[in-house]
Design a protein around this ligand. Structure first.
Ligand code: CP
Length: 311
């Protein structure tokens, strides 16, 4: 069971809860890799994806997760909604709540938006990425992939490389991995490294080679051009040279190390095509595991809500 009605981030999620989510996802993965992708776990439940930013992986995997468990999945895309007429987030959330939505999955450019939504609705709220704050389901699927491939998380050295400053994926992974006993090293240009991030119990360096050397996992981050107000690195060519995941650089990692990326990838910028498509790359597996993790969360969050009539 999860302690909260919502999953807003990993900062306040207990290690035991993360453990239970990953264990439940293991059962869900059996379903999605079978020829009968149907369970009754969400029968009678309504799930709404509420997206104020674009998405391929997160939105569609939540919608598939819901459908695989026999729930009703709907989407509200902000540009096609009454948000364009000036409706506030809270008024929108209340409107969806009184339609009988059991779970709302929110992606929003403002850090803290899912927390605001959660305080104003009866539905469970899942954070699908808020500003530069957190993207907890991405970190959970990343941890699931590491655990499945490497047998556990405790003692792993995970190098997270790139645009850390704008990365909600990095922040959720830092919270989750350090709670689960992994050590994390963050590497990237100083202009793309948030001040005081080391206070979260991680190593920080601007030398990617040092971070990658001996790592069990090398995770590239997308350059988030859409969140950068001014140029924070001189050129793509220089970024690739000093901070990109190239074959030479990834060869410094431990033999058999995983190469991960949350996607979408900028090929030839933060990761070369050879590395992205290499046997060590888990980019496709991460997407598959995302469906399993999201099924687990939908199941766990609706299970703790009483059935209609107290059944
Ligand atoms: N990794 C991730 O969040 O991808 P989308 O933006 O496609 O959902």
């Amino acid at each position: 069971m999860l302690k909260s009605k919502d999953l807003l981030g990993l900062r306040h999620t207990a290690p035991e809860e993360i453990h239970e989510i990953l264990n439940t996802a293991e059962l869900m993965k059996v379903v999605i890799t079978s020829n009968n992708k149907k369970t009754p776990h969400l029968q009678g439940r309504s799930v709404m994806t509420v997206f104020y930013e674009n998405s391929t992986r997160t939105r569609l995997s939540f919608e598939l997760a819901c459908k695989y468990m026999s729930g009703t999945a709907s989407n509200m895309s902000a540009p096609a909604s009454s948000v364009t007429k000036g409706e506030t987030l809270v008024d929108t959330a209340r409107t969806l709540d009184v339609m009988g939505t059991d779970v709302m999955i929110l992606r929003h450019p403002m850090s803290g938006a899912p927390h605001l939504m959660a305080r104003n609705v009866k539905a469970a709220v899942i954070n699908a990425g808020d500003g530069t704050n957190e993207h907890p389901t991405q970190a959970l699927l990343d941890m699931y992939t590491m655990r499945e491939r490497l047998g556990g998380l405790k003692g792993l050295r995970v190098a997270i490389v790139g645009d850390v400053a704008h990365s909600r994926v990095a922040r959720s992974n830092v919270y989750g991995l350090t709670k689960m006993g992994a050590s994390v090293v963050l590497a990237g240009p100083p202009t793309l490294m948030p001040p005081r991030i080391g206070e979260l119990g991680v190593e920080v360096t601007d030398r990617v080679d040092d971070a990658v050397r001996g790592a069990d996992v090398v995770m590239g981050l997308r350059i988030q051009v859409e969140r950068q107000k001014k140029g924070l690195f001189p050129s793509v060519r220089e970024y690739r040279k000093y901070f990109g995941l190239t074959e030479e650089r990834v060869a410094l990692a431990r033999r058999g190390a995983l190469v991960m990326h949350p996607g979408p990838i900028n090929r030839g910028v933060e990761i070369s095509t050879a590395v992205a498509d290499s046997p060590e790359s888990t980019i496709d597996e991460q997407v598959t595991n995302g469906v399993a993790v999201r099924m687990a969360l939908l199941f766990m969050l609706t299970r703790q809500k009483p059935e209609i009539g107290g059944i």
